[in-house]
Design a protein around this ligand. Structure first.
Ligand SMILES: Cc1ncc(COP(=O)(O)O)c(C=O)c1O
Length: 391
């Protein structure tokens, strides 16, 4: 296969200033973890996204692991989750003992709805995971949050792909009990390949996350005569609602945090660039009935990914033509989780999600990294038109 346009795992490139900032942190005498850049990043994040508390972590999966711990699952508890998502939206909850109940997506928006969640509710439901997939913020997020609250169920918002999206000025990740963000290599902003943020609104979570994130380290609750006695620092068990949790080490380094703060400054601009390009691609292909995109002009979509439904069973023909004749490597996403051996072997292989199945089995995701050159973008557009005419 002669690849002209690959599906890049690299979301964006860095400016000279961003590179210099990282070099500055590398060359300084300060600690490379747990320092002022962490505090600054978390403050800047709260200001940008409108969260009360934010905690930087080594990736979004670590944030999900901690959220899952704080759900305090008991034997038989269930968690509602879309099967149409990346695996780490869900397996951390399974690890902590929850049974996933799969919610279907809406066919047009490709995200869960209040109705699809209601269908999965039962007496054992302890938490709901919603995912703002492809970069699209769930339209009914406010109603879903209200519903969770009324039913005493925790809400986890996976915003890994939708950083910067908003509805009426309120950002994704401010509705749930826990907000999950990713700065992985492929994401809207990346802190050198790995990184994430866990946000919470309640003080009781904010009180224990630093210990949960960093080996159970904490201060002493009494005045010490010598800073080295009884030890340099204390190590204790984080407690939540009278239950003991075991700590982890999920910290993010200082260079990554410094870079993260800087990148927040141009996130809106990067999202706007992608949105503009996505709309151009969608509009130029609107005459082709075989392709169905999800077109959104507002900041509710950041077009992290550019996905479409291919009608009339023509997906594989289109993928083949694009790959082997035009050199454009499209991909398919997201394999319904219940079909993976990991979930099947654990007994979670059954799902009643017809929209998910129909969409996944016929979807295509185009290469859509921010740094794609104008020439490559034009080529992809032209080649896709040709391919659609030929099939
Ligand atoms: C929806 C979703 N959730 C969670 C994650 C996990 O992110 P990370 O790689 O930062 O752990 C990803 C990453 O691809 C994702 O797309």
């Amino acid at each position: 296969m002669d690849v002209k346009i690959n599906f890049s795992g690299r979301g964006h490139k860095y400016t000279k200033q961003e590179q210099e900032l990282v070099a500055e942190v590398m060359n300084s005498d300060e600690n490379l973890t747990q320092g002022r850049h962490k505090d600054a990043f978390e403050d800047a994040f709260c200001r940008y996204n409108g969260n009360r508390f934010a905690f930087s972590v080594c990736n979004a999966t670590a944030a999900l692991e901690m959220a899952a711990q704080m759900c305090l699952f008991e034997e038989g508890d269930e968690v509602i989750a879309p099967s149409h998502t990346f695996t780490s939206s869900v397996y951390p909850f399974v690890k902590k003992g929850a049974k996933p109940v799969w919610a279907d997506i809406d066919f047009q928006t490709r995200v869960v709805t209040l109705e699809s969640i209601k269908k999965c509710m039962g007496p054992k439901t302890k938490a709901i995971i919603v995912v703002h997939l492809y970069g699209y913020m769930i339209p009914e997020i406010e109603q879903i949050a209200q519903f969770a609250k009324e039913n005493g169920v925790l809400l986890i918002e996976d915003v890994a792909q939708a950083m910067g999206t908003e509805i009426e000025g309120k950002k994704a990740g401010t509705f749930g009990d826990f907000g999950i963000f990713s700065f992985h290599s492929h994401k809207n902003i990346t802190t050198l390949g790995e990184g994430g943020m866990l946000t919470v609104g309640e003080q009781k979570y904010a009180d224990i996350i630093p210990m949960l994130r960093h080996n159970g380290h904490c201060g002493y609750d009494f005045e010490r005569e010598h800073y080295w006695k009884p030890a340099m620092g204390n190590v204790d068990l984080p407690m939540l609602d009278g239950k003991v949790l075991m700590p982890n080490n999920y910290c993010l380094g200082e260079a990554e945090c410094a870079l993260g703060t800087k990148l927040l400054g141009r996130l809106d601009e990067m999202n706007a660039t992608k949105r503009k390009r996505a709309l151009r691609f969608i509009d130029e292909l609107s005459e082709f009935d075989d392709l169905e995109f999800h077109r959104v002009e507002s900041k509710q979509h950041n077009y992290h990914l550019l996905a479409a439904y291919v009608k009339n069973g023509k997906r594989d023909e289109l993928m083949s033509k694009l790959a082997f004749e035009k050199g454009i490597k499209c991909v398919v996403q997201y394999y319904p989780l219940n079909r993976y051996p990991l979930y099947e072997k654990l007994g979670f292989g059954q799902a009643d999600c017809p929209n998910t199945d129909e969409f996944f089995d016929n979807m295509i995701s185009f290469p859509f990294h921010l740094w794609m050159s104008e020439n490559d973008f034009e080529y992809m557009l032209k080649a896709t038109k040709e391919a659609l005419l030929e099939i």
